[in-house]
Design a protein around this ligand. Structure first.
Ligand SMILES: Nc1ncnc2c1ncn2[C@@H]1O[C@H](COP(=O)(O)OP(=O)(O)OP(=O)(O)O)[C@@H](O)[C@H]1O
Length: 438
């Protein structure tokens, strides 16, 4: 039986990965588009899906949603070009386990795959891996966490993807009087609409087709402890009603059962968005929001955490050195400058991944700019828009960015790029020279 399914329309690239992974003892199958992939995942369960983001008949996110709606928890890695990193971040919110940016470094790919297949809980966060940061925003954040941890209040943790919401929830639990009881984390983004109620509240045999045995819900599993509901905004309206009842009456009713079970669970939820917006459209119940919002903690994005960034860089280098048996003790000045300038849309998760890759690619102990994704430089250049009303300068920056983006898209095939840009090759060459693009 195949272990890994690669969904990639670039046949040569797919075969290269297949060859590489087969050499490393993985059994691999390839699908060239979504249509083929849908059929394959219908037929069998894979251990891991490696999905290209841009596919001829849709995007990798379509397959991600399809698989998660079927209730399959299979680890999924999305492969994106760097320009799609922001979309990749969204894929994590939708239940992907990780993303990896093209051009793909085989060792990095292997590291990510091993991490997902060989560890039971790949994202398990341990207390020793946590650092608090030294910026003013961090001080405020942890003062709030310390304060509310001692209480039984429900908490909403709000922050962009990868800012450390689950870490914060675990810290709250570990500092509370419930610390010796279970901490149960559920990603509501990865739960199908049909399975969410049964996952949370359990079911009895025969409650619905496929309910072949009684099943305890996560509420019961967390009894006495803390239940962390990530991406709470994804819960359906019906499940929101059940959740509100559980919170107000401290009882749950498994699907298909008429027995009420008493539960004592502290609820912490996390969301990427301001839930207020979904409340206005009626998707999120106002009464539930107010019940949950006894205390709100907002985690700032990494780009607003000032001097914490350097601290986190060093912290992730230490972790990666240990994990990969490396000894990176120095970062070249240009690489350091790039790390500090980049805006980290994927926040701490993205930083951790980039640093791990950097450490992996620096066997001699000094991290150079070559060990950072080339596209980070492009992203940094793209945001350096001239801060003036100089129309010519602005147009030139836009032109340069468009050329770089297009060249990346067509893997530096100049004829293709010129065609897309609707200019001849000669003009493209002269513009590349003018903007020092190589
Ligand atoms: N305080 C911290 N100290 C060290 N590492 C951290 C800290 N907070 C987060 N991280 C790292 O960042 C990664 C992302 O954190 P976490 O999963 O908590 O983010 P999140 O906001 O819950 O993400 P998502 O929105 O995608 O659910 C973690 O795996 C961990 O490696």
């Amino acid at each position: 039986m195949s272990q890994i399914l690669i969904i990639e329309d670039d046949a040569t690239f797919a075969q290269i990965i297949e060859g590489f992974l087969s050499k490393n003892n993985y059994v691999v199958e390839i699908a060239a588009d979504l249509n083929q992939a849908f059929k394959l995942v219908e037929k069998q369960e894979y251990k891991l899906l490696l999905i290209d983001y841009r596919l001829p008949d849709g995007t990798g996110l379509d397959l991600l949603k399809y698989v998660r709606n079927k209730g399959q928890q299979v680890p999924i890695i999305i492969m994106t070009s760097f320009n799609d990193v922001r979309t990749a971040v969204k894929s994590i919110q939708l239940g992907a386990f990780d993303y990896i940016t093209k051009p793909i470094n085989p060792d990095e790919l292997l590291m990510v795959i091993k991490g997902l297949l060989e560890k039971k809980e790949p994202q398990k966060t341990e207390n020793k891996d946590l650092i608090k940061g030294k910026s003013d925003v961090s001080d405020r954040l942890y003062a709030h966490i310390d304060l509310v941890a001692q209480t039984d209040m429900s908490v909403i943790i709000q922050g962009e993807s990868g800012t450390g919401k689950e870490f914060a929830a675990r810290t709250l639990h570990n500092e509370s009087k419930r610390k010796n009881k279970p901490f149960v984390a559920i990603d509501c983004g990865a739960l199908s609409k049909d399975l969410a109620a049964s996952e949370l509240f359990g079911h009895v045999k025969g409650a619905f087709t496929g309910a072949v045995n009684d099943k305890k819900g996560q509420f019961e599993m967390a009894n006495g402890g803390t239940l962390f509901l990530d991406e709470i905004g994804n819960l359906s309206y019906e499940v929101q009603i059940k959740l509100l009842r559980a919170l107000q009456e401290r009882v749950i009713q498994p699907l298909g059962s008429n027995k009420l079970i008493n539960v004592d669970v502290r609820i912490i939820v996390a969301t990427n968005d301001e839930l207020n917006n979904t409340m206005k459209t009626g998707e999120f119940r106002e009464d539930l929001y107010h019940r949950l919002n006894e205390f709100k903690i907002i985690i700032p994005p990494l780009r607003e955490r000032g001097k914490d960034l350097e601290l986190f860089i060093q912290h992730f280098i230490n972790i990666a050195n240990k994990e990969l048996n490396r000894n990176v003790s120095e970062i070249a000045a240009d690489a350091k400058a790039l790390l500090l300038k980049y805006d980290w849309p994927g926040n701490l998760r993205e930083l951790r991944n980039v640093i791990k890759r950097m450490v992996l690619l620096s066997p001699d102990g000094v991290a150079t700019i070559q060990s950072l994704p080339e596209e980070m430089t492009i992203a940094v250049e793209q945001v350096q828009l001239p801060n003036s009303s100089d129309l010519k300068a602005i147009n030139e920056v836009n032109e340069k960015n468009l050329i770089i983006e297009t060249l990346n898209k067509v893997k530096h095939n100049k004829s293709k790029a010129a065609k897309i840009l609707n200019i001849d090759r000669k003009t493209l060459y002269s513009k590349m020279e003018k903007y020092s693009i190589d």
